[in-house]
Design a protein around this ligand. Sequence first.
Ligand SMILES: Cc1cc2nc3c(=O)[nH]c(=O)nc-3n(C[C@H](O)[C@H](O)[C@H](O)COP(=O)(O)OP(=O)(O)OC[C@H]3O[C@@H](n4cnc5c(N)ncnc54)[C@H](O)[C@@H]3O)c2cc1C
Length: 308
Amino acid sequence: MTGIYVFSEDPRLAAELATTAAALADEVHVVCLGADASRTLTATGATSVVVLEAAGAPRPEAYVAALAGLMRDRGADLLLVGATVTGWEVGARVAALLDSALVSEASVITALPDGAWQAERVMYAGGAVQTETWSGPGVVTVAPGRAVAAAVPGSASPVEVVAVDVDTRVRVVSRTARVRSGVDLASAARVVCVGMGLAEPGDLALAGDLADALDAEVACTRPVAEDRGLLPTERYIGISGAHVHPDLYVGLGVSGQVQHTVGFRDAKVVVGINTNPAAPLFAVCDYAVVGDAHEIVPLLAAAVRARH
Ligand SMILES: Cc1cc2nc3c(=O)[nH]c(=O)nc-3n(C[C@H](O)[C@H](O)[C@H](O)COP(=O)(O)OP(=O)(O)OC[C@H]3O[C@@H](n4cnc5c(N)ncnc54)[C@H](O)[C@@H]3O)c2cc1C
């Protein structure tokens, strides 16, 4: 065993990864970007801190070859990468360059007696745990918060600087902040969710009217935001979208796939309106209405207003 390398562009996450790696191998090498990061990381007690020295704010493609080269030349067993947007890209690119195994979002990593590795990862929004084993070098991404970074008192790991030959063919010429709609679905007490069964442009007014009557926020499923572009992406609920905890969730023309329903599993009361009596949403509903949302939604809005 020649040791585990860890990398994150975020020094706090790199320190967490160093703690995880220290429980698995005697040698831990922390790879970071820039001298500032290395100053905090020498306190982790790592065998060494390797600084990838690349001018400016380098993009992953500028330094992944250097990282893969370190792994290859030094016969590293494993690379742990912090699971951030940058880390996902770095992990995938390094694994491709090394032609090695890649495990994403590992929750438990184990060194097996025969020199192979095993990792557990949660799948299907917490519905299953997958166990993967591999031999030879591998790349594993690890989410923030999996370990508490432990500083080693009096520790000052040796620092090695590796100059990176930055490919300048692609340059960042400007950055524009993403405009967000400002909606806070996570704290909404009531949510009216638009699905593809109610996703023609004119249909939004129906959902908006019901939301007005209920004093609710309008949300949607992912295809309504990403494929149809009818609502901003901040408004879609699910595994890759917002997680909501409302007192009331009303799904209009929502089929109820698990990638969506996991986003509102803490809702107190769930109502579904769907033409298909076998829609999976009905399995998680307190009130299931089988019928056309175009007909039922105006009736429901009027009934709610009549009770005010
Ligand atoms: C990796 C991955 C991540 C994903 N993440 C998310 C996520 O975070 N959030 C998310 O929402 N999705 C996510 N998805 C997509 C998800 O799997 C579903 O495809 C999506 O949720 C379906 O959206 P829908 O219910 O609006 O559309 P559909 O599945 O097309 O359902 C439309 C429903 O409307 C009903 N209907 C049709 N006409 C009417 C009518 N007139 N009145 C009433 N009902 C009607 C139909 O019977 C049907 O049940 C993800 C998928 C993958 C693979």
